[in-house]
Structures are given as C-alpha cells and as structure tokens.
Design a protein around this ligand. Structure first.
Ligand code: C5P
Length: 238
C-alpha cells in the first residue's frame, strides 16, 4: 500500500509539538506539510528532523510577490532539498514562470532533484459569498479552473485546490497535472474553518493525487490511528 497520497499538515508553532506529532504517527505517515506557522518558528530544524526520519516534505509557504522576489526566494527554498513548494497562482503568469525557471536552474546547479512546484488556486476556506466580495466577477469553480490552466501554461507541476474542484481540473489539465487537495474531512469530523470540503475517498475519486489533512489527525487523541483510518480509506477507495 502506498502511503504518500496522504500529506499531514504540521500546523504547530513549536518544534517540540511538531516532532511529537511525527513520532506519534510513526510509519503511518510518510509525507508532511510544513506551513507558515512552523516554518517561521522552527523551519530549518524541522526540515532536518523530517529528513532524518526519511519523510517527504511539502513546504507550503504560498509565495506571492513580484517575479524577481519570488524567483530569488524560490532558489533558497529549492536548496533546502524539500519535495514540493508552492506559490499563489494569482501572482500571475510571469511570476509563476520565473519561479519555475529558478527551481530548475537552482536544482541543476546544486545537483539535486527539483522540488515539485505547484500553485494555490482559491483557498479551500473561502465560500462563494466571501469570494464574491473579492470582485473577480466569476464563480469559485471557474476561477479555480482558470488559475489551474494558467499554472499549467507557466510550466508548473500542478495546483492546490479544493477536492470539490478536482474533477474539473483533471478534465481540463489532463492526467499528468498534480492535484493536491486540502479541505478534506473524514465523515463526521468537525469542519473548523474549512468550507469547500469532501471526505478523503471522495477527494481521490474526484481525481486528487494527494490529500492534505491537518487537524483531524494532528488534534486526534491518537494521531496514528486517525492516520491509519484515512490511509485504509483512500487506498481501498472506501
Ligand atoms: O487542519 P486542516 O485539515 O484544515 O489543514 C489544512 C491545511 O491545508 C492547512 O495547513 C492549510 O494552511 C492548508 N491549505 C488549505 N487550503 C489551501 C491551501 C492550503 O487549507 N487552498
């Protein structure tokens, strides 16, 4: 059974808490996401710890700035030797193209495998009403697909999107485009601030390659059991 379809979001503010979670999940979890909170507090130590434990790493810093700034930042992140990094698709085509070029140049220069570079489309916490207030004059679904196409045009490896939009992205961008979906909740779990959600199985059935799950595992009384249940579910598709 492959376990790298499940990426566990280590949304902690201290190294100790995050390390405890990784140790508690044991062999059930092979892929972790380090986001802003943990990276800003203990980033490089945490990355070293995950590498020592032979885990894969998605560094979720959602970069967005002018192309020059993002491409220079991406060079630094590439040198960390992580497996996946991301930028906001709303940064635009030129920003994404510049990021892609930097990832590949820097990886080649350092003699390492280039991390996958993916783009955030529309945050999974956002519902239609909140999205409408941004005044894009389109629906969330149409915006997500438009941004996915733009990311593909820029040569990125894939996108972060809600599992509710995964099927349409798969149809539009083809089978080799990576779709990573947060906003996943096991049946009966609390939704917290997530909005466009599905269950883990539904996310995979909709075409997601990987699902990102945070609180349902990290805040569980027994994270390993919670992770195991999701692994079983997605590997046997319910
Ligand atoms: O705890 P929960 O399962 O909601 O965690 C989801 C994780 O995925 C969080 O770390 C959040 O930052 C991230 N994420 C998201 N929606 C996106 C991109 C990333 O929820 N569009």
């Amino acid at each position: 059974m492959t376990k790298d379809k499940l990426i566990v979001a280590l949304d902690f503010s201290t190294l100790e808490q995050a390390q405890r979670c990784v140790l508690a999940c044991g062999e059930e979890v092979t892929y972790y996401k380090v986001g802003m909170e943990l990276y800003y507090s203990a980033g490089n130590e945490m990355i070293a710890f995950l590498k020592e434990h032979r885990k894969q790493i998605f560094l979720d810093l959602k970069l967005q700035d002018i192309p020059n700034t993002v491409s220079r930042a991406v060079r630094v992140l590439t040198r960390l030797g992580v497996d996946m990094i991301n930028v906001h698709a709303t940064g635009g085509l030129k920003m994404m193209q510049a990021a892609r070029q930097s990832v590949h140049e820097e990886a080649q220069r350092a003699g390492i495998t280039a991390p996958k570079l993916i783009a955030v489309t529309v945050l999974t916490s956002m519902d239609e009403a909140e999205f409408a207030a941004l005044n894009y004059k389109t629906t969330v679904a149409d915006q997500v697909v438009a941004l996915a196409k733009l990311a593909q045009q820029a040569g990125l490896d894939g996108v972060v999107a809600s599992p509710q939009e995964a099927a349409q992205i798969r149809q539009t961008c083809g089978k080799d485009f990576l779709i990573v979906t947060p906003g996943v909740r096991p049946a009966g779990a609390a939704t917290q601030d997530q909005s466009r959600i599905t269950t883990p199985v539904q996310a995979i059935k909709n075409g997601a390659d990987c699902i990102v799950v945070g609180r349902p595992i990290t805040q569980a009384a027994d994270p390993q059991t919670a992770a195991h249940a999701i692994q079983q579910e997605i590997n046997h598709k319910g």
